[in-house]
Ligand binder design. Structure first.
Ligand code: TXA
Ligand code: MG
Length: 318
């Protein structure tokens, strides 16, 4: 029997009983549980096979709730919250002691955001606690952007996927921390750097693990298909190199046909980066199911959401 359902009342009941529910957001599906339930939070880590040192994002219903869980909100964090919430920006702020150490991997900061999805906002309003929710995929695998992706990963290991359709943005939130009151990007994501700079001015990006132990989730290899995947700026050359293998191609807008390609996905014929981002993970899920020898992925233009997409493709091919 499918665990996919639109029954909000059932989702509320399960969450109130320390169970997990996969929830839709505008970025990717999350594997959600009550932040104050040790049972639920432990189950999140176990179900994902995620190491305990990698902290979880806390999803809250409104800006007012922030003061319940964080000590201070720097001026620029306020500006970002007002500009982008509900939406795909996560702020890392000094936590209050009410936030369990299990959520933050023992750190004194907590990552928090208001997701922009009508069903999940409605759900959060009906609960008396925020939801901890990492992306609903096993550790290091491709994030889910459809209810079916979550079901395929976890089958009956979880009781319910709350169906909210395909995720609109399609890549995870942009994570921003603060050092001496100044914002720093720890993870590129669905809110482009340019949009953030329009609100708070020039911002540093520190998203490599070596320089950002602040965001322990930024592993070099991540978001990865099982099939060997390479990233290139020259697809013609890569196809020639691997022509004896069964090739899958992931391209931005190239619609040429080549007999050497067994399976091909075009992310956006009209070269629209938002469309490409929304289709990226579903494309990787599909390619990974074709029994290919290799996936050749084309690098996208390196601005706007293209930067975030390239970041994910690089981690998928490490
Ligand atoms: O779009 C998203 O952010 C999705 C949806 C479900 O909201 N969630 C998501 O969660 O991508 P997850 O757990 O897959 O990624 C959370 C990232 C990890 O890289 C983690 O290391 C980082 O956030 N993080 C969490 N708490 C942190 C903290 N206190 N300091 C620094 N990084 C933190
Ligand atoms: Mg994740």
């Amino acid at each position: 029997m499918s665990i996919i359902s639109t029954d909000l009342t059932k989702a509320v009941e399960l969450l109130n009983n320390d169970e997990l529910v996969a929830i839709p957001t505008e970025t990717v599906y999350g594997l959600a549980g009550n932040i104050f339930s040790e049972k639920a939070v432990k189950a999140i880590f176990e179900t994902k096979a995620r190491p305990f040192f990698n902290p979880l994002i806390v999803h809250i219903p409104n800006i007012e709730y922030l003061e319940t869980i964080v000590e201070t909100v720097p001026e620029k964090a306020k500006l970002l919250a007002e500009a982008f919430w509900p939406g795909p920006i996560t702020l890392v702020l000094k936590k209050k002691s009410i936030i369990p150490d299990l959520i933050t991997g023992g750190k004194d900061t907590v990552a928090v955001r208001i997701p922009n999805h009508p069903i999940t906002l409605n759900l959060l309003k009906q609960l008396e606690f925020p939801l901890a929710a990492p992306s609903a995929n096993p550790f290091n695998r491709i994030s889910p952007t459809k209810a079916e992706h979550v079901e395929n990963y976890f089958k009956d290991k979880i009781q319910m996927v709350l169906d909210g359709g395909a995720c609109k943005s399609g890549i995870e939130s942009t994570i921003i921390g603060f050092e001496n009151g100044e914002p720093i990007i720890y993870r590129l994501g669905s809110t482009p750097v340019e949009a953030i700079e329009a609100v708070v001015g020039t911002i540093e990006v520190k998203n490599k693990k070596e320089v950002a132990p602040e965001a322990p989730g930024m592993l070099e290899r991540h978001y990865a298909p099982k099939t060997k995947t390479i990233l290139t700026t020259n697809i013609a050359e890569a196809i020639e190199t691997y022509k004896d293998l069964k090739i899958g191609l992931l391209t931005y807008n190239d619609i040429l046909n080549d007999d050497a390609i067994a399976y091909k996905i075009v992310l956006s014929e009209g070269k629209n980066l938002e469309e490409a981002a929304s289709k990226l993970y579903d494309a990787l899920h599909q390619l990974d199911q074709q029994q290919l020898d290799i996936i050749i992925a084309e690098q996208l233009p390196d601005y706007g959401l293209g930067k975030s997409i390239n970041d994910r493709l690089q981690r998928a091919t490490k």
